[in-house]
Design a protein around this ligand. Sequence first.
Ligand SMILES: C[S@@+](CC[C@H](N)C(=O)[O-])C[C@H]1O[C@@H](n2cnc3c(N)ncnc32)[C@H](O)[C@@H]1O
Length: 253
Amino acid sequence: MKKLLGLVRDFWHAGGTGGLNWHVHAYSARRQWLATMSEIERFLQHVEPNAKELVLIGASAGWMMPPSWLARFERIDAYDIDPLAAPLFSWRHGQALRAQGIALQVHRQDALASLPELLQRHPHACLWFDNLLGQHRYRVRDEVQAEQEIMALKQQLQGRSWGSVHDLYSGPTQDMAWAHRITPLTRAGVDAGQLNSQQAQALLQDVGAKDVWSDHLTSQVFASGTPTTLIPWPFKDHHCHWLQAGWVQDFKL
Ligand SMILES: C[S@@+](CC[C@H](N)C(=O)[O-])C[C@H]1O[C@@H](n2cnc3c(N)ncnc32)[C@H](O)[C@@H]1O
């Protein structure tokens, strides 16, 4: 019975950050998310990955994944803990990748817990953390542990090229007027180390934030000096996420 309940829970919300719940929302909100997706694509267009292999972590179904980014690799290994991610990612992206001769392998695995093993398994790949680090605190349910693990990633990734898009802050907004101004609100070239509380206030003001907002404990994913792009995401009605995207070439501390 316990096993069955675990299976149902996994299927429904996959540790709280994916599952059917997420897929139904992502599918129905896909039009509302278009401008945010274009900004992510624009960010990735400026990245020069120096590898032909990509390890994609938190791939889900690739609802927000620009095909133009995937097309830059010869082999992609997509990882997610969600049991629905592999079939849905293959359904959404598999055919186009096959047509371009790009090899795709989808894996169900906790890629954060097994990162050292993954790095050994894919010694020549670059890595893209696809909007999962901001949810780590909700999976781990221990803020100190979550923040430490997020901060430690850069040590683990020394010598590799990698990037991430993740939630910085999220919360309710007074209205949705800001959602029509995603491009003008997006900020490029923000030094990850310079993100202070004054700037955070400006971000919240831009989207008419109200009530209590969540800090996703991701402000130190990147080392100081890393240029990042901040993108608003109209996640659902009257609810905004500020995403941070960044890329690090051959990272050295
Ligand atoms: C917000 S969704 C990502 C959306 C996805 N990038 C897209 O474009 O559809 C976060 C995903 O990360 C996955 N995830 C969370 N923690 C993970 C972990 N430790 N290892 C692998 N996947 C994880 C969740 O199952 C979920 O599918």
